[in-house]
Design a protein around this ligand. Sequence first.
Ligand code: SAH
Length: 243
Amino acid sequence: MIRLHVTNDLSANAAVAPTLDQSRYLTNVMRLGLGDDLLVFNGRDGEWRASLAEVHKRGVILKCEERTREQTTGPDLELIVALVKKARVETIVEKAAELGAARVRLAITRRTNVEKVRLDRLDAIAEEAAEQTGRLDVPPVDDPVKLEAILDGWDADPISGRRLMFCDETGGAPAIGALGLSGAGKWAILIGPEGGFSPEEGERLRALPFTTAVSLGPRILRADTAAIAAMTLWQAAVGDWER
Ligand code: SAH
């Protein structure tokens, strides 16, 4: 069944207006006809079965029929990734949405050498991945921000604050054991750029009270591979497997 992320409120009999691109996808690509069913979600009202009610030149109208799933929230996991080349950032955003990250933050580090980023394209990738994965929300992708600024603004409360899984290619504890000791709650994963973190960045990160420095193994991974491995290990150690 087709799943579509929409922005309208969803309730019984509500009319839903997908974007023109989505409308074209439904009618021209998926060849949906009047009365055909699909699933819609908006990140707030759960998932609904909807049917194609009207087809116009400027877009289709869907009608909400019944709620198929209640809204749930996934784990509070942020992926903070240094801005890397376009193709790798796109892979990272797609995989972050698939692997259950709640938010993707792009960081500018000492050795970041990429400047341009197309957030609209990354948002579209996150949306499509969320649709196909079956999750009920779409992770937002934030504008690139300096790593120092992210760390300066950190919620470091020892009880309610966010923990940081710092993926340290220069060495650290094996991820599963180290994460298991730190427990559940709010987390972020940090992945560096192709050139790695500078020695000063590594020092600052390791000294922060909310940081768990982890190794992903004795091989140096590309940023996209590291992000996928780190999210998988995090999910295995403290994630939402019981759901
Ligand atoms: N150029 C660097 C490697 C950077 S890899 C070097 O040669 O040392 C990009 C990022 O992926 C790293 O900053 C780190 O966050 C993560 N990463 C890659 N391999 C890793 C590993 N084995 N353990 C932990 N993190 C790793």
